[in-house]
Design a protein around this ligand. Sequence first.
Ligand SMILES: [Zn+2]
Length: 362
Amino acid sequence: MASRPRPALLVLVVLAAPLFAGCLGGPLPSVDVLATVYPLGFIAERIAAPELTVATMIPSGAEAHHWEPSVRDIDRMARSGLLLQQGGGFDRWADRAIHGLDDAAPPHVVVLPLLDIDLLPEASFSGGFLQGVGHDDAHHDDENHTDGDHGGVDHTDEPHTDTGAHDAGDEHPVHDDGHGHGNEDPHTWLDPVLHAQTAWRVAAVLMERFPDATEVIQERTRAFVAELEALHASFEETLTDCALDTIVVSHDAYGHLARRYGFQVAAVAGLSPEVEPDPRTIDRLIRLIDERDIPIVFFEESVDDGVVQRIAEKTGAEARVLSPIESLLPEQRAEGADYFSLMAVNRDNLGDALRCQTTNPS
Ligand SMILES: [Zn+2]
């Protein structure tokens, strides 16, 4: 869609959607759970399919920050059972589409803004959180609540041991251009500990909406969170004893990840990847790489990597992919890659970039 319809028009468009959709190859199938972005769709898929049908709106290979839904996508939003939305400015198109649907949407279209996890006290998403939900059967009663909008966040009832969070201070200590989303960093899924919290929150909402699936969702969420916990442990193991403390990246998607594991991020562009690179920033990054002998600079799969390649050529550093895992490329999907496999590759690349001593345990 080249431009967004005004809300009044959008309602008409949605009412007429079956007609339009027919012209465009048929309506998209409605599903029980529709996620805006891949990381949320992955959670829903893992904890609720095949009992519930799950789909992700942003397709493989799309640049997630600037994607816009088609008429068919909006039609499917209106017909599906539940909409999971990341929030934090990442999928603002969903806010606009929902706003346009106000009068026409069936009441079961539910929005789940997830990013307010950032506003929670640090302890509630620390390593203690994972220990609470991952290992101790005594806590499982706490998971069985179905408080829709704000549920799934507080599953621990004992003092937290802070094994996960190294306080790295300022989230963006080197890079400080002013980019569009204020201080909100929507890329919560890149921190496995935050992603576990999101999983429990998604589980709570799904159990409320689909109570028949409660048991299976609980069981699968426990298993999913256990996998995230293992991933977290492997990051901690890989990223200890590192000679460097700063990575250079094209797109500032790694604030949560960096805060969790105690390193810093110097970024060419902002929280959204398509910010025009500032020549002074690039000069500063080149100096940083030279001074600290940083071996690797990172770019991401789905965005033009010209600037990073130029920095690599000027400094002799190697350019590698660090995936923000915002959507899967078609070839990644074909290879069977998923959140966990891409995170494992990220972990190993980070270990190399930070010159860490520990080799990958898995
Ligand atoms: Zn991003």
